[in-house]
Design a protein. Structure first.
Length: 339
């Protein structure tokens, strides 16, 4: 696998807690970091032993020793920074949600295609060995024809992250763009084409949020398959889970909507119940970075492509609109003019 030289756009929590350690475990190099302010960029660079820092994204892009950019700024900046990176000929691994609207999101896919650079979106859940096993089971007919999916992804937002996600809609705040979009990256792979969504949201937390911090949604997929999600920043003790119920069996997976390589997968059918062995249990972010590096070598695709990221965004946007309008909202995945 090629060891990439990365520029980090965003002196972010996710880079500090997950991505920098995963890059280093894989032997990748971190060339530099850019952030909104010089002071934070400098502190962060020192804390994480990164040789170069700047408050100018353009200066980071101009460096010849950057092969690829990892974009983990606030959601509003994902589009402009991906377009900038593509124009500079850098490969892009962008955090989710890929953008704030579909037009921007498709423009990112097209710009990266035109520039001949790899574009991946960092949805970690499809990289989990538990999720790979669930996809394998569903594709292999273990549950027969899928009828319904239930996602349990209501968690407690750590205080250190209770900032722009809750307070700044212009930055891309809110549960749908933070959590539902991850659910969609999982469900789309299992069920295919989303059709429409209904949802209700609420404000439940102790904070002064500008957006709903809890949402339940129902999404209909092609073939009249229903998916339900419970996504929240306010629930401490529920645990997470994913269930797939079909004509011939059910998969019940516990603790699998997480950042860690944990959780169990149970299959129940006419033969009874069995807990499945999950081999590997690799770090989810390492799997994503490794697939991305292979894609740069033209040896495959990123674990979640730009197009996958746009389709996950389409579901999250429909859920967001459904919750705010009280209406059932069609999920539009294709850009205008494309079939
Ligand atoms: P943080 O709040 O920790 O970091 C956000 C970064 O954006 C900071 O470097 C901040 O700079 C920068 N920023 C803010 N405003 C501007 C601006 N106007 N111009 C330039 N830079 C700016 O974010 P998180 O780590 O919580 O989230 C970062 C991204 O990662 C989000 O898109 C989020 O959805 C995604 N994420 C993905 C996860 C996953 O598992 N895939 C998990 C968690 C987050 P400064 O600090 O200098 O102001």
């Amino acid at each position: 696998m090629r060891r990439l030289r990365w520029g980090l756009s965003g002196a972010s929590d996710i880079a500090a807690t997950r991505i920098i350690p995963a890059m280093r475990r894989l032997g990748h190099q971190i060339t530099g970091v850019s952030s909104a302010t010089d002071v934070h960029a400098a502190e962060y660079a020192q804390q994480h032993d990164i040789p170069y820092h700047t408050s100018s994204f353009d200066l980071l892009l101009a460096r010849e020793d950057v092969d690829a950019v990892y974009v983990s700024t606030i959601n509003r900046l994902h589009c402009s920074q991906t377009l900038g990176a593509a124009a500079a000929g850098k490969h892009v691994l962008c955090e989710k949600p890929v953008a704030l609207n579909l037009m921007d999101a498709w423009s990112m896919v097209r710009a990266c295609e035109a520039a001949g650079v790899v574009f991946g979106v960092n949805h970690h859940l499809p990289c989990a060995d538990t999720h790979r096993e669930i996809r394998r089971l569903v594709a292999g007919g273990a549950v027969g024809q899928p009828l319904g999916v239930r996602v349990f992804h209501a968690v407690q937002l750590p205080e250190r992250l209770a900032t722009w996600r809750l307070t700044d809609p212009a930055a891309g705040a809110g549960v749908p763009l933070d959590i539902t979009v991850h659910d969609a990256a999982v469900i789309n792979r299992l069920l295919g084409q989303p059709v429409d969504a209904a949802a209700l949201g609420a404000r439940q937390g102790h904070w002064d949020a500008a957006v709903d911090d809890a949402i339940m949604s129902v999404i209909r997929y092609q073939g009249n398959v229903l998916a339900q999600t419970h996504d929240a920043f306010t629930v401490q003790y529920a645990g997470t889970g994913l269930e797939v119920h079909g004509t011939e069996g059910s998969i019940v997976a516990k603790d699998v909507m997480t950042q860690d390589p944990i959780g169990s997968v149970l299959l129940r059918d006419s033969g009874g119940e069995r807990d499945l062995d999950i081999p590997g249990r690799r770090d989810l972010y390492e799997v994503a970075l490794e697939a991305f590096a292979h894609a740069v070598e033209e040896a495959g695709e990123p674990a979640v492509t730009g197009t996958d990221g746009v389709r996950a965004l389409a579901v999250a946007l429909a859920v967001q609109e459904a919750a705010s309008s009280g209406l059932r909202v069609p999920v539009v995945t294709e850009p205008a003019g494309r079939s």
